[in-house]
Write a protein that binds this ligand. Structure first.
Ligand code: TXA
Ligand code: MG
Length: 330
């Protein structure tokens, strides 16, 4: 496996059945031609992911949706026009090209159109040599349950040993947003958020003029309690608890929060957006530095702060599970 910055080379590799790790505006994805069952099967092996977990299929444009989904509700169409290309995945009733391998055996398919220019360049070179509705199946390019990669180097570090010689990593620098897309179940009468992201509940309700629901019949693995976990233990504290942080720990908080004595400040983001952008790199950094623990003061839970709080809660859940002696092999 080797790095590339050529969209054509990446598209050629996908069309030839190889895996290509690709940048999106959220995180790096591990891509395969969605219509190539052998290549898609390798995604599961390389990630160590259970085969009944569905994959997101990335498309070039809204015109491609009818090849993959049917009975698309009007509010879902409104969401597509408002937020695609962008950090949003829609779960829609599956049809046509949506194989069971992609849907995890469920009757729905997750679709997304990324706004990353590099991703789009690969997508258009890929559709040029396949067909206009072609899809790239791409989950986050990390081992199952671990921290999503936001740089090509993260992908190389984490999946390098598992990918094959002819697989590629498209290097386009760090991802703009830094946390995964908002996933919205659009199979029912009203949209239901399955995973928070840069597109918020308020954004969705404003565009659809509907109240988001809370009941969903679909499963999404990014919603497992234990996920996004580094090796180091993850602890959530508030600003009044800074004195209790053990010396020698890693520390992450907005810039306005002072670093506790004896701790190593991993990042001091000025804004919530910058916090999201640097979150996963920070979790990797504590491991790279061999620290045992990271203490995090999360930003307020509004806007992308909701997604940050969600991911940090799940990363910390791995720590609680471990301290109860039942750390899962996620
Ligand atoms: O930002 C993102 O969404 C990134 C980039 C690469 O696009 N992708 C990503 O994929 O985060 P992944 O597989 O790591 O997380 C997708 C989540 C999983 O929890 C999966 O179970 C859920 O979406 N999902 C995918 N298709 C689904 C479907 N048809 N029904 C329910 N959940 C689905
Ligand atoms: Mg993932």
């Amino acid at each position: 496996m080797h790095p590339t910055t050529s969209a054509q080379e990446a598209a050629d590799a996908l069309a030839a059945g190889h895996l290509v790790a690709l940048p999106t505006e959220t995180v790096y994805g591990l891509g395969a031609n969605a219509e190539d069952p052998l290549a898609v099967a390798r995604i599961f092996t390389v990630k160590g992911r259970p085969i009944d977990h569905p994959l997101i299929v990335h498309l070039a444009g809204i015109d491609a949706v009818p090849a993959w989904a049917k009975d698309v509700r009007n509010y879902a169409v409104d969401l597509m026009h408002a937020f695609w290309p962008g950090p949003m995945t829609l779960v829609l009733p599956a049809s046509g090209l949506a194989s069971e391998q992609l849907t995890g055996g469920q009757p729905s398919i997750g679709l997304r159109i990324s706004r990353s220019r590099d991703f789009q360049a690969v997508m258009s070179a890929f559709t040029a040599q396949t067909h206009t509705a072609a899809g790239i199946a791409a989950p986050s390019a990390n081992r199952f349950g671990k921290v999503s990669p936001t740089t090509a180097q993260h992908v190389l570090d984490e999946l390098g040993d598992f990918m094959a010689e002819n697989d590629l990593v498209f290097d386009a620098g760090p991802c703009a947003v830094g946390v995964e897309s908002t996933i919205i179940d659009c199979t029912g009468d009203a949209p239901v958020i399955l995973r928070s992201g840069a597109i918020t509940r308020q954004d969705i309700e404003t565009v659809t003029q509907l109240r988001t629901g809370t009941q969903s019949s679909v499963r999404a693995s990014g919603t497992l309690d234990v996920h996004y976990a580094p090796q180091a233990s993850v602890h959530i504290i508030n600003e009044s608890e800074l004195a209790q942080v053990p010396a020698g720990s890693g520390f992450l908080a907005l810039a306005k929060v002072p670093t506790p004595d004896g701790c190593l400040r991993i990042l001091a983001p000025e804004t919530t957006e910058a916090f999201a952008h640097g979150l996963y790199a920070s979790l990797r950094e504590v491991d790279a530095r061999g620290l045992n623990a990271i203490y995090i003061v999360t930003p307020p839970a509004s806007g992308i702060g909701i997604a940050i709080n969600d991911r940090v809660d799940r990363a910390a859940a791995a720590t609680s599970a471990a301290s109860e002696g039942q750390r899962q092999g996620e």
